[in-house]
Design a protein around this ligand. Structure first.
Ligand code: ATP
Ligand code: SF4
Ligand code: MG
Length: 348
């Protein structure tokens, strides 16, 4: 059943689009409509075996990423953003099982249920991990770490010069070549991680919370660096809690809740015409998107325990739009338009 009456959340979202300078500066382009996907994820489900039960961390995920685009992956803590990124990077731990689905790079089948995993990311993929300090080797100078990656890439000549060039590319001076991670600020460590990722000349960069814990100015610098490095028609998956950040830097946004993709759309569409109740709540709960602090609203309830038997819609217990129809069948990601997908039986 569809409703035509505007809800409070819808009004908030409309007002946000009308008044937020962030949303007005969204860089949205249509090239993604015509290109072949760089990355295709089809019907992907991932579980973890734990001593207290099986965690159904991802279920029936569909997602395409196109060359050159930046896709935002947003959702609360525990929604499955990192598990999805580790799955894409082939870095899932041994307690994880891909129970169904597949991931392709172009036409190349990377991962599918039952296929042995070797924990080696595809050479065309790079990842920036959630915590920059723990992702770096603490007892090796950062310049040497860059040289190591370049050597792995088969480069033999002028390794030190290339490493220094990469440091400069992320606006770190040559003098930092010999620095250990503990001698650098969080923002500088993050820049080193970006340099390490770019050293691989990736076609796909997965950036997991690349600016969390950084001040606003450093956050802007990091994002500008990521945006400025679209060599090789590189695409980026930007994982973030921050819908405002995604609005500024992403052409498309994918919303996850409790291991499901609940909605995905071009950024402007998502803010103007989100149909999933959770997306609307997420927009209403995002500082910077709304204009008055009084409009901020928390998302009621908590994520369900993913070890328990779950209803078809994992947002059911938190949803003001719940109706009996929501319990009748497994959710499917349907296309409202070629670029706007929704998984909900009773959308707004
Ligand atoms: N190794 C693991 N074993 C068991 N469960 C796991 C494991 N890794 C992740 N999970 C579970 O999978 C779900 C998704 O976790 P994930 O880390 O992907 O969330 P997230 O969206 O990245 O959260 P955050 O925003 O806090 O980083 C959570 O319920 C988490 O507890
Ligand atoms: S399927 Fe039903 S319970 Fe789930 S989000 Fe949609 S309206 Fe709410
Ligand atoms: Mg995470």
């Amino acid at each position: 059943m569809m409703t035509t009456e505007a809800t409070t959340d819808e009004a908030v979202a409309d007002e946000a689009v009308a008044e937020s300078p962030q949303v007005e500066t969204v860089r949205y382009s249509n090239h993604v409509e015509v290109a072949e996907p760089l990355l295709t994820i089809e019907d992907l489900s991932v579980e973890f075996r734990t001593r207290t039960g099986v965690v159904k961390a991802l279920e029936n995920i569909h997602l395409n990423v196109y060359p050159e685009e930046t896709v935002g992956l947003v959702g609360e803590s525990g929604s499955g953003k990192s598990v999805l990124s580790y799955t894409i990077m082939n870095l899932l731990e041994s307690s994880a099982t891909i129970t169904q689905g597949q991931i392709r790079y172009g036409q190349e089948n990377l991962l599918s249920a039952g296929k042995p995993r070797d924990n080696r990311p595809h050479p065309a993929f790079s990842m920036i991990f959630q915590n920059p300090r723990t992702a770096l080797n603490p007892i090796r100078p950062v310049g040497k770490q860059l040289m190591d990656v370049l050597r792995e890439q088969g480069e033999r000549h002028q390794l030190k010069k290339r490493a220094i060039d990469l440091l400069k590319q992320v606006r770190l001076p040559e003098s930092r070549f010999q620095a250990y991670p503990f001698q650098l600020s969080g923002g500088m460590c993050q820049r080193v991680l970006i340099a390490l990722a770019l050293a691989r000349s990736p076609r796909l960069l997965v950036a997991d919370e690349p600016t969390t814990g950084l001040d606003v100015v450093t956050q802007e610098t990091i994002m500008e660096l990521l945006q400025g490095n679209t060599q090789n028609r590189m695409a980026t998956i930007l994982i973030t809690h921050d819908l405002g950040l995604a609005a500024r830097y992403c052409q498309r946004i994918v919303v996850m809740h409790a291991g499901h993709v609940v909605e995905s759309a071009p950024t402007e569409t998502l803010f103007r015409a989100a149909r999933h109740p959770y997306t609307r709540k997420l927009i209403a709960a995002t500082p910077g998107i709304i204009t008055h602090l009084g409009q901020l609203s928390a998302i009621p309830g908590q994520l369900p325990d993913l070890r328990r038997k779950l209803p078809p819609c994992r947002y059911r217990h938190r949803c003001e739009n719940y109706e009996a129809v929501c319990d009748t069948a497994p959710l499917v990601q349907t296309n409202l338009t070629p670029q706007h997908t929704l998984a909900c039986w009773n959308p707004l």
